[in-house]
Structures are given as C-alpha cells and as structure tokens.
Design a protein around this ligand. Sequence first.
Ligand SMILES: Cc1cc2nc3c(=O)[nH]c(=O)nc-3n(C[C@H](O)[C@H](O)[C@H](O)COP(=O)(O)OP(=O)(O)OC[C@H]3O[C@@H](n4cnc5c(N)ncnc54)[C@H](O)[C@@H]3O)c2cc1C
Length: 446
Amino acid sequence: MRVPLPTFTTCSAPLPLDEMTYISPTSGERIGLSFLTPRSLEDLRRRRVMMSHWAHTSYGMMGRTPDFLNVSIMAMASAGDYFAQNRPEFKQNIVNYYEYVREKDLALTHTLVNLQRNRVPSAASINYSTDVALAVVKETDAGIVVRGPRVLATLGPLSDEIAVYPTRNSTLGIGEDGQRYAFAFAIPCGTPRLRFLCRESFDLNRTHFDHPLGSRFEEMDAIVFFDDVLVPWERVFLYGDIDLCNNLSSATNQYTHSGHQVVTKNVAKCEFVVGLGSLMVKTLGSGSIPQVQSLIAETIENLEIMRSLLQTAEANAALDQWGVMCPAPIPIMIARNLFIRMYPRMAEIVQLLGSSSLMALPSEIDFEGPLGSFLDQYLDTDTTQARDRVRLFHLAWDLACSSFGGRQVLYERYFQGDWMRNASALYNAYGTGPLMQQVQEFLNRP
Ligand SMILES: Cc1cc2nc3c(=O)[nH]c(=O)nc-3n(C[C@H](O)[C@H](O)[C@H](O)COP(=O)(O)OP(=O)(O)OC[C@H]3O[C@@H](n4cnc5c(N)ncnc54)[C@H](O)[C@@H]3O)c2cc1C
C-alpha cells in the first residue's frame, strides 16, 4: 500500500490535536504521539506526520527534538523479552521506564560513544581504551556504580533524563573484563555526581536578523562525566551480557525507528536548502546560468531521494517479531548513510551560490548607522531591496558558514556514529547473494 507523503511549507498554523497526541492506554490523558507503539501502516504514517511537524519547527536544524529518543525507548520497551534474556526483571524495568517518560512527557539525551586514547586499528584490541571508557566499578544492593566519560550528549542541558546505550564494538578484544563495559540504563540528568560539560554556545545573543538560526535552534552538545554515579537497579536494562548489548539496536529495531525520525528530519532540511538556494538565485539574478541551475538541481535530487526512501521505508514496513510495525530497514539505512555525504555537499552548494554575498553582510544595526544610506543604495539587486537581500544572506551564512552552520555539517557527518561502521552495517545487512547468483548465471552461459 502506498503511503502519501505530505509537503509542508509552513509550521505556523495551529495543529490538530490528533496530529500530535494520542490517548494514553494507562491514564486516558492525551500524550505525545512520538510514544505511540505503531501497529499498522496508518500508525506509522500518523507518527511520521507528527515527526514532520516537529522537524519543520526548526526546518531540520534541531536533530534532537525529543521524538528522536522517544521512538527508541518505545521500540526497546516493545521488545521487553529481549531484555528479559539478560535478567527477567530487566523487561519490567524498560517497560516501566517507557511508561514513565511517556506519561511525564520527559525529554531525553543519550550517549553511546566512549572516548579513545588511541585509534590505531588492530585485530586484537578494541578501538577505544578501557581506562577512559565508561565502566561499572561497583555493584551494591541499590544498583551499579559507573565511572568515566561519554560523548556526546546532544540536548544534554535541556533534557530531563539521559539514556546510556551500550557502546559500539564492545566484544572486540575487551576480553574477560568486558562485562563491566556492557550495559544499558537511564537516569535523571540531575543525578548526584553526574556532570555535563557544554561546548561554547552558538547562540551569541544576536538578533534573529543577524543570526537567524543560531539565535533560535541551539540544541547544545556536552561531554558527560559519571563520577561514581549510582544507577538504581530499576533503571538498569542490560548488564554484563556482551552479545545482548552488541545486538540491542538491531534486535529491537531501535535504530530503524529512530531512523524514521532522522529521515523525516532530512526531508525537512532538504526542503529548506532547496527553498533557500532558490531564493538566493532569484535574489542574485543568477537563475539563467546553467551551472547555477545544476547546483539547485542537485539539491532537488537530494530532497526527492530522501522523500522516496522515506516513502519506500513506510510502504515496505512490516510487523516485527515484537508485533510493532517497523519501517523497512534498508531504505532507512541508505537514507541515513547517504545524508552523511549529501548534507556537507548542500552546505557547499550554498557557499558556491552565495560567494561574496555571504561575507558582504552588514549587521541589522548597520542599516541605522552612518553607512545605512550606502547599504540601501548599493546592496539592493534587480529583484530585492538591500535589507531583504542582507536578511536572506545572513540566513545562508548561518546555514553554511557560521559556527552554527559548521556544527550542522559535523552533526550530519557523525551524530549517528562512525560513517565507516554504518557503511559496513549496510554491507553486511544487504544480502548480495541473489545478485551474485544473477551474475554467476550470466557467466555460466554457454
Ligand atoms: C555534533 C555531534 C553531535 C553528536 N551527538 C551525539 C549524541 O547525542 N549521542 C551520542 O552517543 N553520540 C553523538 N555523536 C556521535 C559521537 O560522539 C561520535 O562523533 C561518533 O561516534 C564518531 O566517533 P568519534 O568522534 O570519536 O570519531 P573518531 O573515532 O575519532 O573518528 C574520526 C575519523 O577517523 C576515522 N577512524 C577512527 N578510528 C579509525 C580506525 N581505527 N580505522 C580507520 N578509521 C578510523 C573514522 O572513520 C572517522 O572518519 C555526536 C557527534 C557530533 C559531531
């Protein structure tokens, strides 16, 4: 069944309640739709419409609107029996946690990456040093005590809770000591001895005119330090089972559900870049130049590829072993991996389209200053008055050149982990056997 994808051009209109909320199965109150456990294609479509509304509130510039993690927690809770394989009580822990954040509408950050002292690849050792990896240092009747840092907690200072997933590749070379690095848990961000260290803010307290994106959509990233933090047993979801930790994402389909949010966000972001680039071209009067047209065409291709993959993932969705309607994983993986290359290129295209207009940028206050009349006289174009041209190019600069824009590029490159590992995951998941067979049959022809 085909699932139509809407195009959004505005996020200012009031939204129907049913597009953002549903009725809680436990309290009967209205709760956020990002917690919905999808059981049908219609549920998935409904969830994506909600995600799209959230994505359009920042035009894709905030990757970590809470729906990103809400769908992950939903996926894990639905797969409660997976956690029970580790210890029976862990199933109830994850189910209780899901219901808790759902009913309280809490916002989550998460960390799954250990710091590294040495990145030299070796078949015999892990690619991070165990002495800087987050580890369990003690077990008590009350819970586990964890020590060490993790990166990065995007949205950390704005979140209520932090989810700590198993780190990647935790079986490789850790040896018998590996159990103490293998866990999944979640605790309040205000837990004693838990510390967040934020990077410099990209909201520089400038006007929306001068810094249109940085002044609105700073979601912040932080290093997290666990200084012998007690995690109560009821907040532990996995512990000590390396295989269950390593397979958590794929077995629960958490990565695919969060990918549904990621690709929805990618569509919103592509739409914004196509609209921005086209306005830049119109303003500069460069639309008849073939090379300029080809740059805009490239952004349109990216948008339509993202839309198509999202649509394919929904059209080919199926109930998983936990009874949850799950988007098809391969189109989601491909969309995620492609965007790692697409978004930096789109930022580059904005630079190529804008050139010096991205630097010949007076501040809002300069229009009222001694050179204001020069600005009005010389910075207009055939289609646009000076002030409107400058406002537009401040936006292009904030997307492609500013510290906020640089962070957007870095985010899209790395927020979902090492791109090489993601490529390997696709390589291993795809199953090229039938295609090799096809070629083999051709070779075998007389
Ligand atoms: C803005 C931003 C926000 C993020 N938010 C979050 C978050 O909220 N939660 C979270 O858990 N994570 C988050 N991440 C992801 C995470 O922190 C890492 O950036 C990501 O997993 C890559 O790890 P790294 O930065 O240590 O890269 P590195 O491991 O240092 O890799 C850097 C480069 O070197 C290459 N490389 C490294 N080691 C090897 C090797 N042995 N062999 C070959 N090549 C190698 C990699 O392929 C890569 O290209 C975020 C990242 C960014 C940039």
